[in-house]
Design a protein around this ligand. Structure first.
Ligand code: ATP
Ligand code: MG
Ligand code: MG
Length: 306
């Protein structure tokens, strides 16, 4: 079973404007829709679209607007079991998209979890997540410190699960220190971790010393990975991009799908590219279309990085 653990999910309200956002003006909307926010939930939604991969989304959710969150989960046919936080709302994010491109994101800090909420999550993990399971962990909610995050990773490893996460900054540092099984920093997250003008694959190699199968994603330039002592870059073909929000989560989904199916690193990366280069061709942050895969696979280029 693949468990995605989202401590701070979000309801995203995406608003397309007829013009560009202007102060002191009535900005008229062209279109609006509601989508899923909070990274690991995207992984569950995309796994459902891939099919044949038992998975369950868990984490914390606010009781006050739970019905709306569940209605979005249901839209993606997700299997979910979230721990209720009484008297709180799951955060909402407003994403305003200008007609001429560019966007604004306005978000809330989200759930504040107590020690007893955390204890419920830890018990859930102890009861449900075991060896053969995969856990994809997201960035913590308020009240969940960096050291709590370290504890969460250790707990999942004690349960013998394969542990992956897609986090940045100090959480990424903890994930590396704890020798998590899989991380996928993008190039900005890598540069924040290792400032300086060393080539990216050398920075990446410092991560590989602790997390041998890590991947560094490079946006439209694809992804960097290491097999034995050689670095490779897998580059997707040029596609028509509708939105790259969630591209990273789609990559993680494809990679984890490969782990669940016993694929080697090159095939895991290939599945990461298939899912993410499909995702960018769709507006929703967790929409892929398997019909996009053939074109991507047939035009995917892999080269050595020296
Ligand atoms: P997120 O915003 O979801 O956190 P990220 O910044 O972590 O994403 P990126 O490195 O931007 O992740 O992208 C992840 C993957 O998505 C890339 O490895 C690539 O396969 C695919 N991708 C991103 N942008 C494009 C694009 N313009 N064309 C094709 N594929 C893309
Ligand atoms: Mg990016
Ligand atoms: Mg990312």
């Amino acid at each position: 079973m693949i468990y995605t653990i989202t401590p701070n999910p979000a309801i995203d309200r995406i608003v397309y404007l007829e013009g560009d956002l202007t102060p002191e003006k009535n900005n008229i909307t062209k279109e609006r829709y509601v989508d899923l926010g909070g990274k690991p939930t995207h992984v569950s939604a995309i796994l459902e679209q891939l099919g044949d991969t038992p998975n369950r989304a868990t984490g914390f959710s606010g009781e006050l607007n739970k019905a709306e969150l569940v209605s979005i989960f249901d839209k993606y046919h997700m299997n979910h079991e979230f721990i209720n936080i009484p008297d709180q709302r799951t955060r909402e994010s407003i994403i305003v998209i200008n007609n001429s491109g560019g966007s604004y994101m306005i978000t809330e800090r989200g759930l504040k979890v107590s020690d007893s909420d955390k204890a419920k999550l830890y018990s859930y993990i102890k009861e449900n997540i075991h060896s053969e399971d995969i856990a994809v962990v997201g960035k913590p909610a308020q009240g969940f410190s960096v050291e709590d995050f370290r504890y969460l990773i250790r707990l999942l490893k004690e349960q013998n699960a394969y542990v992956a996460c897609d986090v940045a900054g100090e959480y990424l540092t903890v994930a590396i220190e704890e020798k998590i099984d899989f991380i996928k920093p993008n190039k900005h997250e890598m540069n924040d971790l290792f400032p300086g003008d060393e080539p990216i694959h050398q920075k990446f190699n410092r991560i590989c010393e602790k997390v041998p199968n890590a991947v560094c994603s490079l946006g439209s330039e694809g992804a960097l990975y290491k097999v034995e002592n050689t670095f490779y870059q897998a580059v997707p073909p040029k596609v028509e991009v509708q939105s790259d929000t969630g591209a990273g989560d789609a990559f993680v989904t494809g990679y984890i799908y490969g782990v669940a199916n016993g694929y080697d690193i090159s095939d895991r990366v290939k599945w990461g590219i298939l899912c993410s280069a499909s995702k960018v061709q769709h507006y929703s942050s967790c929409q892929i279309n398997k019909e996009d895969f053939n074109f991507i696979e047939n035009n995917l280029k892999i080269h050595e990085v020296i």
